[in-house]
Design a protein around this ligand. Structure first.
Ligand SMILES: [Zn+2]
Length: 167
């Protein structure tokens, strides 16, 4: 597991700083690398976290995650690729009362308590766990086999070429 990525929250949000990088699932918290739906802990997640202040002068963190993860298909238990494209806008509140009030007023709001120092690694782990689908499945569990069979069939263009030359 890698070290925490600690930010000075006031500086990070007021100056609109950002931090980006990539990590394998194996380098993250046990909640991630022992997750029952994640098939390959060698998968890489790219992340970008940007700080800012909104029009109500509230500090926020924008978290963007991307990558391709192998999840465990809940039908056949084989890996199923999942394209991760997750974006979260998390507003920071000074105290619980203000957080509750804002969350009650806006159901879509993501908020958390402000603290002078925030660990971005925990933040991206939390966000990643929320982004994993509840029950990943192949559209068709036999699809991979079907695709191979189709490739073995004669190319339709080759057939056309044959017809032309027969004229
Ligand atoms: Zn499947």
């Amino acid at each position: 597991m890698l070290d925490p990525i600690l930010i000075d929250t006031a500086k990070f949000t007021q100056e609109g700083l950002s931090h980006s990088g990539e990590t394998t699932l194996a380098q993250l918290d046990a909640r991630v690398f022992t997750h029952e739906l994640l098939a390959d802990t060698g998968d890489t997640v790219h992340y970008r976290i940007r700080g800012g202040t909104d029009r109500w002068q509230r500090p926020f963190l924008d978290i963007a995650l991307s990558g391709v993860l192998q999840l465990v298909c809940q039908r056949c238990l084989k890996p199923v690729p999942f394209v991760l494209e997750d974006h979260a806008h998390v507003v920071l509140f000074a105290d619980e009362a203000r957080l509750d009030e804002a969350m009650a007023a806006d159901e879509t709001l993501e908020g958390m308590l402000y603290s002078a120092e925030i660990d971005l690694r925990t933040l991206l782990e939390d966000q990643l766990l929320m982004a994993i689908p509840f029950a990943p499945r192949h559209e068709d569990c036999n699809n991979a086999t079907l695709a191979r069979v189709n490739q073995d069939q004669p190319n339709p263009f080759a057939k056309l070429a044959g017809l032309k030359s027969d004229r």
